[in-house]
Design a protein around this ligand. Structure first.
Ligand code: UD1
Length: 342
């Protein structure tokens, strides 16, 4: 058994896929999650895939006392992957304080506990949202960050700064921030996947729910952007590929292969794909038609963003492998499984 890794938010969408990949790579995993946006059964489902049941502790890292108790109990952690955070852009505009409290206080509590209990390595779940609408595409890591478009985005930016400053001040802490582009898809077994509560805010869950008959039609937010087909362009990254990037980042930290004690990488495919292309690919690959209509632009959407992946490929040594078609098929297989569709 390799080192013991804490995965906060480990029952969530990206967290659960990462736990499975860590276990596949031989790591022992402890999950902390307050189940505010995920289900306890995910722990069972992780075990179904990997054959190993991760340790699971249910609490919110905003609770400083519980956080310290946890670190005291698990005093052999070698690294942390920190996913636990609120992530809905629209909700963050309505409830900014909830976002700042939950996303920032938990991170600060955790870093303090890392110092107290000598945990040296941190991988942070960041986002391409820190780039805003970049002036030049694709975005490299040298692209300057912009003012955030939402409180959610601002928590990612501030979190990166908290980590960078902490690494500079505290010799014992090393960190890697992964700036994800748009994670989509599900595990090929269809045993874990994305399970949004209520009406999905994100494109692919909305598509799969519409295809499954739960929603009447998909609204395409704008076809008058300055892009080839007028709809917005994103870099959609398969969630299992993304999960594997975390394993590579953990190895890099544990084996001290990093070039500097705080590093950050874009995690995407490098391909810009439009909303209309996603719809077309989904219908082509699954053979399932669904209704969609063009409506007004959504406030706060950037026109286009996709990654320059050279640093992730060459320095981190990670590359996206899955095709968009297989990724969309996996999202559909998962939706069918959840809804009991044959
Ligand atoms: C945004 C953030 C990302 C964050 C994510 C969390 C950026 C660049 N990205 O992703 O960091 O983690 O929110 O929620 O800020 N769309 C429709 N109809 C829908 C839903 C979406 O047309 O019903 C379109 C959107 O206009 C967008 C694309 O689909 O062009 C992707 O949208 P979505 O899945 O919500 O992700 P982002 O907004 O790109």
């Amino acid at each position: 058994m390799k080192s013991k890794i804490l995965v906060t938010g480990g029952t969530g969408y990206i967290g659960s896929h990462t736990v499975v990949e860590l276990q596949n790579a031989g790591f022992e995993v402890v999950i902390v999650d307050d189940l505010s946006n995920s289900e306890a059964e995910v722990v069972d489902n992780i075990e179904k895939i990997s054959g190993i049941r991760p340790i699971f502790e249910c609490f919110n890292l905003v609770d400083r006392e519980k956080t310290f108790e946890f670190f005291k109990k698990h005093n052999d952690l070698k690294a942390i992957i920190h996913f636990a955070a609120n992530k809905a852009v629209g909700e963050s505009v309505e409830k900014p304080l909830m976002y700042y409290q939950n996303n920032l206080i938990s991170l600060m509590n955790m870093i303090e506990a890392m110092r107290t209990y000598g945990v040296e390595n941190l991988v942070f779940s960041s986002s391409c949202t820190v780039y805003g609408q970049p002036d030049k595409l694709p975005v490299t890591e040298a692209t300057p960050r912009k003012d955030a478009e939402s409180p959610y985005g601002n928590t990612k930016r501030i979190s990166e700064d908290i980590i960078k400053d902490s690494v500079a001040a505290y010799q014992g802490i090393n960190a890697i921030a992964l700036r994800y582009f748009n994670p989509i898809g599900a595990h090929p077994t269809a045993i874990i996947g994305e399970l949004p509560r209520g009406v999905p805010a994100n494109l692919v869950p909305f598509i799969t729910q519409t295809a499954a008959g739960l929603r009447q039609e998909l609204k395409v937010f704008g076809d008058d952007y300055n892009t080839p087909d007028g709809s917005c362009i994103r870099d959609y990254i398969n969630v299992v590929d993304l999960a594997k990037a975390h394993v590579v980042a953990i190895d890099r930290l544990l084996e001290r292969k990093y070039e500097s004690r705080y590093e950050f990488f874009n995690i995407g495919t490098g391909n810009g794909v439009s909303v209309l292309e996603i719809i077309k690919t989904f219908i082509d690959v699954t053979g399932v038609e669904f209704n969609y209509k063009i409506v007004d632009r959504r406030a706060g959407d950037v026109e286009q963003i996709y990654a320059d992946t050279a640093k992730a490929n060459n320095v981190l040594g990670w590359k996206a492998e899955k095709t968009l078609a297989e990724t969309l098929q996996s999202a559909w297989d998962w939706e069918k499984k959840v809804r009991g569709i044959e």
